[in-house]
Design a protein. Structure first.
Lengths: 179, 103
């Protein structure tokens, strides 16, 4: 259904279409080298946010970041309760080291995120893929952890080298973010 | 205040061109704004726009994930219908405020 419109009666004073504005950030390449819950989420939120904003996004997971795209681990990431001074600063570090505490803290964190309508890792990756974002695994890290394509989520487009990763940033207005 | 006139009606806009009062929305507005994004609106677009307007009126904080679960479109289709930032663009066409969600 496409009605033809008479555009004459419209006197536009102030409509600069959002997509016609000069935008210098056109693409983000986000490298995620960490496997902790908060670091992985930072990468996912920035990638998804770029797409939602009409920008291009590529994600490159390396080292422990590979956990985020490994089938058996993606939805079981933890937040560190030891060696993390920002986590409950009044709590003695030893408590954070008690068996099961990290699991409990991660569970509480995930519950809070669920309230804010933040999806779990696998759903987030599906969303990024659906939005046209591309997800890659680092070859060297995959070799090191003995991971193959079958171990990764289906949205992972490939296991690539550092050189390939740089090539993802080709073009003007491209930016790197390292986590 | 920024305004534009459409069919003799003064429409109030914010500085980014989003409609301030969703009640002033019309199909003409939708077609006109969609044109700025080079989008030709189809029935499917209007289904999404109506859904967005309904949910916004109910006070729902909208995000792309919710649209994906609306039963009207999945996320991939949503991106395809409104290229260049689907919720941002569709909200402007739907005459509702710019979404504030980070997800």
């Amino acid at each position: 259904m496409t009605e033809t419109l008479n555009k004459e009666p419209v006197t536009s004073k102030a409509t600069v279409p959002a997509n016609k504005k000069e935008d210098t950030v056109k693409k983000v390449v986000i490298i995620c080298s960490k496997g902790t819950l908060e670091d992985v989420y930072a990468a996912l939120i920035m990638a998804n946010g770029a797409l939602a904003d009409g920008r291009d996004a590529k994600l490159f997971f390396t080292f422990f970041g590979l956990d985020a795209i490994t089938k058996s681990k993606a939805d079981h990431l933890h937040t560190a309760t030891v060696g993390n001074p920002a986590f409950m600063p009044a709590m003695p570090t030893m408590i954070g080291g008690l068996p099961g505490f990290e699991k409990f803290a991660s569970y509480m964190m995930k519950k809070q995120m669920d309230k804010l309508d933040i999806p779990n890792v696998t759903e987030f990756i599906e969303m990024i893929d659906a939005g046209g974002g591309e997800i890659y695994a680092c070859k060297l890290a995959a070799d090191m952890f003995k991971l193959e394509e079958k171990d990764f989520l289906p949205e992972v487009k490939g296991i690539i080298t550092v050189g390939d990763m740089y090539a993802l940033a080709d073009g003007e207005g491209s930016h790197f973010i390292f986590i | 205040m920024e305004t534009m006139t459409m069919n003799g009606q003064q429409i109030e806009l914010n500085e980014e061109g989003y409609m301030k009062n969703p009640a002033q929305w019309s199909k003409e507005w939708a077609h006109q704004i969609a044109g700025e994004y080079e989008i030709t609106l189809t029935d499917k677009h209007f289904e999404v726009l109506n859904w967005l307007r309904e949910k916004q009126a109910e006070g729902v904080a909208l995000n792309i994930r919710k649209v994906g679960k609306s039963g009207i479109v999945d996320i991939k289709q949503f991106y395809a219908l409104f290229p260049g930032g689907p919720l941002k663009v569709s909200s402007r066409i739907a005459g509702i405020p710019k979404p504030v969600s980070c997800v």
